[in-house]
Write a protein of this length. Sequence first.
Length: 379
Amino acid sequence: MLSVIASVLALYIVLRLVWPLRLPLPVRLVLAVLVFAMALHHRIVAQFAGTMASPEIPKMAIAVLATGFTSLLLGALFLLLLDAALLLARLLRSARATAALRARWLRPTAGITALALGIFGVSQGMAVPKPRSIDVEIAGLPPAFDGYRMLQLTDIHASRLLTGDWVLKVVAESNALKPDLVVITGDLIDGTVTARADDFRPLGGLQAPDGVIAITGNHEYYAQYTQWMQAFRGLGMQVLENTHTEVRRGDAALTIAGVTDPVAARYDLPQPDLAAALQGADPQAPVILLDHRPREAQANAARGVKLQLSGHTHGGHIVGMDQLVKRANGGYVSGRYQVGNMTLYVSNGAGLWPGFAARIGVPSEITLITLKAAPTARE
């Protein structure tokens, strides 16, 4: 589906931008081929090096392709807006507006603007995320956990684009916040264990008194799921697959539960099961759920979860695109939501899939969450 949509957009750009240019025919043909190559680069690269989920080509090549793909999407959008405005001007019989919208410089300028934004967007997508701090009130939070600091990492996507050096910087930023617990809500990597050997290893340097707890995202399933579970546990992470663990302070406890990702169904692996994850949990302990995707928030709230931490959406990547992304994720895309008696927090994520590595107006993040007892719990 991605290839079909991209091909249609590429054809539109060629017809409305490339072909009308006052350039020799061979030059226009080369430009047209480049536009289609950008549209189909995921499949082209996957034929020769890696997969669509994990292109195994040099970092700079991925960055260039990501820039071209982002520019293609933005260029098509700009051209659509211009053509919609031109159609409206014609319907309103406005000769002045029609002439202005048919100016020869307008569409090339839109293309150059799209390219500039593509370069900026990919540079932001590759940036080391900055910390973001929030407080979350939880009814019934034991006093021993009032002020408890959880650090959420999600969508790290260690890859040939976001390499071990980048991951090492993310780990350093995280450790500097001195959390009590680190939780990772999926999509740690892209590619096989062998391909990412040097890129995921720095995650073993994450430090917190109560350790590191992780769950799977959809990308863990695309290559060697079982081997990745072993690799993560080999780094000292506690990986929750439809199960839970407890964090204790004396007699007080928090239940940290984690579920798998729905894409597991494609691989005949266990699908998300909150009931199984909570089986045997202390009924008096507040439940904090790690769920890679936010879309089941209402159902999870109905099961008594107090706080759900999710990622997956990357915040929508680009301002405006979040309105599309949230439709596929239960209406949730970025930040804090109140869902019944539960708080949902959807992180923008630390990294990005190499196939769409742009952020414009949606910064990456490392999230420090401080738990607070709700006012009713203090009375």
